[in-house]
Design a protein around this ligand. Structure first.
Ligand code: BV8
Ligand code: ZN
Length: 250
């Protein structure tokens, strides 16, 4: 495909590459995206259950939403897109993944430098003393667990709508995106802020932008090349084309 070769030629010479991903990169691992046809959960929009107010109003309902997401994420396998993104580390030693996803599949695919803008399904945070802990228990208990330190109610360690992004993750994401000379945007509708603003930041700071998404997104106008493909097909081909160009001395 001509656009694939164009995308490879544009990114292969880059020195520092950021890969910015959303729910679409995990779609072929069987995890539902948020705003696609199946983007509702038991009739709820994600914006309704992914808020602190929803948790305060009905901790069991929200907890069940995350228990179900955790079980699906644990049963899911990294797909060829996650694996190809990990493979990019060999071509771009400074490759950083900035993800909006909370499923942990980039790390399971072997990606080392992953910035989780919206937290992780595998972290629990105490609503009283804010103690954080890693937890990989599946299935999750039906009710939110109690903090081992103070006995307070624990919540999923994800960023809900209306909540600030983790300051260290957000500042790292801004810093790598403003210094990158290549940005690969994979599987995001670009509707969630402030994460979506990173693409504009990178582009304004001179990064070449390539988007992989079978549909147009709110970010497509910022991409020099848009690959209208699913990630599991585009990323392995893109990686192979860039490896060829590098072997040819590009
Ligand atoms: C905040 C964790 C304030 C939970 C998530 C402007 C500036 C700042 C804020 C706002 C703003 N405008 C509006 C806001 C408020 C809000 C927001 O953005 N609302 C939207 C809905 C309008 N933002 C916030 O509330 C943020 N917080 O701003 O706080 C503040 C500031 C200081 C101090 C205090 C407070 C917090 C937002 C984070 C919310 N948490 N996730 C959880 O996961 O349960 S967001 C959630 O959406 C996920 O993280 C998800 O990744 C993310 C983004 O969605 P996408 O990843 O893009 O997924 P989507 O389904 O939309 O699209 C999938 C795409 O993939 C599609 O394009 C599809 O075509 C494509 N695709 C499908 N299949 C494939 C594919 N692509 C490739 N291959 C395939 N096979
Ligand atoms: Zn506590």
């Amino acid at each position: 495909m001509k656009a694939l070769r164009e995308a490879a030629k544009l990114l292969a010479p880059c020195k520092s590459l950021v890969v910015f991903t959303g729910a679409g990169v995990s779609a072929e691992s069987g995890l539902a995206t948020f705003r696609g046809a199946g983007g509702l959960w038991e009739g709820h929009r994600v914006e309704e259950v992914a808020t602190f107010e929803a948790f305060a109003r009905d901790p069991t309902l929200v907890w069940r939403f995350y228990a179900q997401r955790r079980e699906k994420a644990q049963a899911a396998e990294p797909n060829p897109a996650h694996l190809a993104i990990a493979g990019l580390q060999n071509l771009f030693p400074a490759r950083v993944v900035v993800t909006q996803n909370v499923d942990g599949l980039h790390q399971r695919a072997g990606s080392r430098d992953v910035v989780e803008l919206h937290g992780s399904l595998w972290t629990l945070v105490c609503t009283c003393c804010a103690a954080r802990r890693q937890d990989h228990q599946v299935p999750l208990p039906l009710l939110p667990p109690l903090c081992p330190r103070c006995g307070g109610l624990e919540r999923p360690g994800v960023v809900w709508f209306g909540e600030e992004l983790p300051p260290e993750a957000w500042s790292r994401a801004q810093s790598v995106c403003s210094q990158a000379d290549g940005l690969l945007v994979v599987g995001t509708s670009g509707q969630v802020w402030p994460a979506a603003g990173l693409v504009e930041l990178a582009s304004h700071c001179g990064a070449r932008v390539v988007e992989v998404n079978p549909a147009p997104s709110a970010l497509s106008s910022l991409a020099e090349v848009h690959l209208p493909l699913v990630a599991g097909e585009a990323l392995p081909s893109l990686l192979a084309s860039m490896e060829e160009l590098r072997h040819a001395g590009i």
